[in-house]
Design a protein around this ligand. Structure first.
Ligand code: MHO
Length: 191
């Protein structure tokens, strides 16, 4: 279930991290995802003691298959960047290099124009990313115990590294669609 291609990272915060885990996990070129806490300074946050951190998603993607711009388009389309929320659920783009920073800032300005409203999203450098507890990883998929067992994903922290887990966690809530599922069923390790 692990895929070995060289990847880049993208890190976003856009509300409760369960939904973006499903959204991004099923995109073409996304190899694996994990959810966690980032954007703050307190060490070792947890769900109960999230402190100054924000629920975040960390994406490993193959830049030959999907661009950072495409990931940004999904980021903007699938949450409300004008919503003022608590720090736990705020909107963040955490960039990993200068190119990501520039693209993030450019799309933020475009979004501001489009919505003609204040965008709360902060573009900040990616720092420490603290993995969330195992029960938050691929949360939607984890609600399907027998499926997890059938594909051998029911134990340990495999849910953070498995490509198959990322795919199924998207398909299970309807992202990706049947045609894409059929087209990749032989590659993602179901049979
Ligand atoms: N308890 C909320 C948010 C969960 S998310 C991990 C819910 O059930 O939607 O913050």
């Amino acid at each position: 279930h692990d895929v070995n291609v060289s990847t880049k990272k993208a890190t976003f915060s856009m509300g409760c991290f369960w939904a973006p885990d499903s959204l991004f996990g099923v995109q073409k070129g996304v190899i694996r995802t994990r959810v966690g806490y980032a954007g703050g300074v307190m060490e070792n946050p947890t769900y109960r003691r999230i402190s100054d951190h924000t629920e975040s998603i960390d994406i490993d993607y193959d830049p030959n298959e999907i661009t950072y711009n495409e990931l940004l388009n999904l980021f903007w389309a699938y949450h409300d960047p004008t919503a003022r929320t608590s720090k736990q659920y705020t909107s963040l783009i955490m960039y990993h290099d200068e190119e990501q920073k520039e693209l993030a800032e450019k799309t933020l300005k475009e979004e501001e124009k489009k919505k003609s409203s204040y965008i709360v999203t902060k573009v900040i450098p990616a720092k420490e990313f603290y993995d969330a507890e195992d029960y938050h990883q691929k949360y939607r998929l984890q609600q399907h115990t027998s499926l997890l067992e059938a594909v051998g994903l029911n134990r340990g922290s495999k849910l953070k590294t498995s490509h198959l887990a990322a795919r199924l966690n998207g398909y299970i809530v309807g992202f990706g669609g049947v045609a894409q599922f059929d087209s990749e069923i032989n590659q993602i390790g179901i049979r």
